[in-house]
Design a protein around this ligand. Structure first.
Ligand code: ADP
Ligand code: MG
Length: 483
């Protein structure tokens, strides 16, 4: 947003997020929703919309949705119902989608997002359950659209936010937070690029100070976090320019074009569907018992915000280190697995945040595929803490551990990196270095104390990296100051 227009206007944004649930079977049919199968193999007569088939509710669809509801402070309806959302499309063989309409299972929660300058609570209007449609494939046959119904009936939750977001950055932070929570809850893999997390954005603008909301547009087809931020920025600009030049925002649905970095019209309000929602007659109301609630409550893991705060308060980590470590649950687990063997939070955090994350980034690996086990990493850090290796040896050994599968102790021996602190080993080297560099010695004694770094470096090099640098420095001081 240009500064002049952003002083004059404020954006209002509400997100509708769909998360594909990691259940073993589909929402209402006993078949796996796994991707990757040959087209139309993961289907039952129900998924194909055959007459006479009846849906049976997957209990885990309810369980996972309630987990998300509890994790976001929602109320859970004791009784809610499914509804049919009717529309005609080739990838929807039943002619309707089973969803929830008037009574969502969860409602009235909130998510706290953290931005650089401030934290903010974003209201969650509702979380409801629904099933996915199949897929139309337009690019494999020059004359026909092909249909793959493997995805039909995959369980989804839709998380609808209040129109509480004000900037594209807030929308981005909100979406990241949703991903983090569903991953912690192990109910969705959170992959936007592959479509297991999808987001529609509702965007409007209003003059600052005005209470009423402006007319909104709905943005679809943003298949990455960056694209959500970009598309919303683009749309805010477009609406401001439109209004500034005397035009009016029209309520419509827009498609984001990630190649052209712009939105284009999909349908206007006049063309909008009338879904003729009505209660699903083939499924009974969903009744949540107190026992079920306590069960789900007991299954909840420590959530990311709590975990981050605990790492700051109990382990003494900085806010930003704790934030990076808790970004994914598996990384946080890895960190705490190392701690369970070696209780040195800062040293362990340091190595993970620098070396481990560097390697994961370079190799584009998730932490669960990292070859160095928490136990092996603890072994390496112990060597350093016990002063048996120095920092540069730690790095060398770490790099070797990744490919060799050997322990830090074995590698330290094999690579001859066990640190030597004995004066008998270090002193002759110091003597030689001082003899070889008489000018530097003179300059040091004349007051150029910064040369200490040079001497330590030379001695370390000569020792093959094995000398204890602290000991080297002490002995050098002694030599240089006392003759
Ligand atoms: P629909 O059923 O047409 O999708 P909803 O009332 O459920 O409409 O709202 C969908 C989303 O749009 C919600 O996230 C809500 O916060 C957001 N929203 C509603 N009004 C506005 C507005 N004027 N500007 C921006 N977002 C809005
Ligand atoms: Mg909508």
């Amino acid at each position: 947003m240009s500064t002049i227009s952003s002083e004059k206007y404020e954006a209002v944004i509400g997100l509708e997020v769909h998360a594909q649930l990691l259940t073993q079977t589909k929402a209402f049919a006993a078949v796996s929703p796994d991707y990757g199968g040959a087209p139309n193999t993961q289907v039952t007569p129900l998924c194909l919309g055959h007459p006479g088939t009846l849906p049976v509710l997957n209990e885990n669809l309810v369980r996972y949705t309630v987990r998300m509801g509890l994790a976001t402070g929602c109320s859970v309806s004791e009784k809610s119902i499914f509804a049919r959302k009717n529309y005609f499309y080739p990838d929807l063989p039943k002619g309707y989608q089973i969803s929830q309409f008037e009574t969502p299972i969860c409602y009235g929660g909130e998510i706290v997002i953290e931005l650089d300058e401030y934290d903010k609570r974003i209201g969650i209007t509702r979380i409801h359950m629904e099933e996915d449609a199949g897929k139309s494939i337009h690019d494999q046959d020059p004359y026909h659209t092909l249909i793959d119904l493997n995805r039909a009936g995959t369980p989804l939750i839709e998380i609808v936010s209040e129109p509480d977001l004000r900037t594209p950055q807030e929308a981005y932070a909100y979406l990241k937070k949703i991903r983090q929570i569903v991953q912690y809850l192990e109910i969705c893999d959170g992959n936007m690029e592959e479509g297991s997390l999808r987001c529609d954005a509702n965007v409007s603008i209003r003059p600052r100070g005005q209470k009423e909301f402006g007319t909104r547009t709905e943005l679809k087809n943003m298949n990455s976090f960056r694209n959500v931020e970009r598309a919303i920025s683009y749309e805010i600009e477009r609406q401001i320019e439109l209004v500034e030049s005397g035009g009016e925002v029209v309520q419509q649905t827009l498609l984001w074009d990630p190649a052209k970095l712009e939105t284009r019209k999909m349908r206007s309000k006049e063309e909008a569907h009338d879904y003729r929602y009505f209660p699903e007659p083939d499924l009974p109301p969903i009744v949540i018992t107190q026992a079920f609630m306590s069960q789900v409550q007991a299954e909840l893991p420590e959530l990311p915000d709590m975990r981050r705060k605990r790492m700051v308060h109990d382990l003494g980590l900085s806010e930003s280190d704790a934030e990076t470590l808790t970004e994914s649950r598996l990384l946080a687990d890895y960190f705490e697995d190392v701690l369970s063997i070696l209780n040195e939070p800062k040293a362990v955090a340091n190595l993970i945040l620098t070396e481990v994350l560097r390697v994961l980034n370079e190799k584009n690996l998730p932490i669960q595929e990292f070859s160095v086990t928490p136990g092996a990493l603890a072994g390496l850090i112990s060597l350093k803490i016990e002063d048996r290796i120095n920092s540069s040896a730690m790095q060398t050994i770490f790099n070797e551990m990744i490919t060799s599968g050997k322990s830090a102790a074995e590698l330290a021996e094999a690579l001859n990196l066990i640190q030597v602190s004995e004066n008998a080993f270090i002193e002759p080297i110091i003597k030689q270095i001082l003899e070889n560099n008489p000018d530097e010695v003179q300059r040091y004694r004349d007051g150029k104390k910064a040369l200490m770094g040079f001497f330590v470096g030379q001695v370390m090099k000569q020792s093959g990296g094995k000398a204890n640098p602290k000991q080297v420095k002490d002995l050098l001081m002694h030599e240089l100051e006392n003759d």
